[in-house]
Design a protein around this ligand. Structure first.
Ligand SMILES: *[C@@H]1O[C@H](CO)[C@@H](O)[C@H](O)[C@H]1NC(C)=O
Length: 247
């Protein structure tokens, strides 16, 4: 093997020297001179080069090709190209598995409002309207019922139930109103009678924050009265929240 390679190398060198010292000669035909008449003034030819055959040397470089070299070092990365347009959305993935149960919730904090008051004294009508005041407290959550003014003042807006009970005075009229602020909402009424009786009224009202509910005895022009005494409570006024607006 080594000997044949040596012989090949010697032959190659000989061929190379032959090619170098005896190059390929390609005769190039002279460019044709323009037609001249004999009487024309003969201009000297543009140098002898024009008539000399041009010699060009062609060496087939593929013959001189050497063995393949080692791989070069990796080049530095080029600058980043322009970002392409976003592709189309892929298909929906498979449905996930069911999650675990959440933490227990906090019990809802119900809001409350309630009052129940009573009166031990009778009341007769006067020249002007009178507010029914109370002197006994059965229930008064958060002091929503103001004993001084005789008014329930709404702290928790919502729907409320109200109830009033009075005892009539014999031979006198009984005439009062359930008031919401300055508006009459319901009446408690009884004609004069020789027998006194218990009379009542109940209703529900939507109440806004700050609204007031109270009982108003009618004026003298319709003389009227309610009965009560120290031994028993004949008059009661009750109210409580049915449903808060926030629930
Ligand atoms: C009722 O009166 C109270 C106190 O003046 C007030 O805050 C409230 O807004 C009134 N309500 C209505 C419906 O006018």
């Amino acid at each position: 093997m080594a000997r044949s390679r040596d012989r090949g190398a010697v032959m190659f060198e000989a061929l190379l020297s032959t090619l170098l010292f005896l190059p390929w000669v390609t005769p190039v035909p002279p460019t044709p001179t323009p037609c001249q008449r004999c009487c024309d003034h003969l201009e000297p030819p543009e140098g002898d080069v024009a008539h000399m055959p041009e010699i060009r040397t062609h060496i087939d470089m593929t013959i001189l090709k050497g063995e393949k070299g080692d791989r070069g070092e990796r080049g530095t990365p080029g600058i980043q190209g322009v970002e392409g347009q976003p592709g189309r959305a892929g298909p929906d993935g498979p449905k996930g598995s069911k999650g675990g149960s959440g933490p227990p919730g906090v019990p809802c904090q119900r809001q409350h409002a309630a009052f129940s008051v009573g009166r031990r004294k009778a009341l007769h009508s006067e020249e002007h309207y009178q507010t029914l005041l109370f002197d006994v407290t059965f229930v008064n959550l958060d002091d929503d019922f103001d004993m001084f003014s005789g008014r329930f003042r709404c702290r928790v807006p919502g729907i409320y139930f109200f109830n009033v009970n009075v005892h009539t005075w014999n031979f006198k009229e009984t005439y009062l109103h359930v008031m919401q602020n300055d508006t009459e909402r319901a009446i408690v009424y009884a004609q004069p009678s020789e027998r006194s009786i218990m009379q009542s009224q109940s209703l529900m009202l939507p109440m806004g924050r700050g609204d007031q509910v109270w009982l108003r005895l009618f004026k003298r022009e319709r003389e009227n009265a309610i009965y009560s005494d120290d031994t028993d409570i004949y008059v009661t006024f009750n109210g409580h929240l049915i449903k808060s607006d926030e629930e």
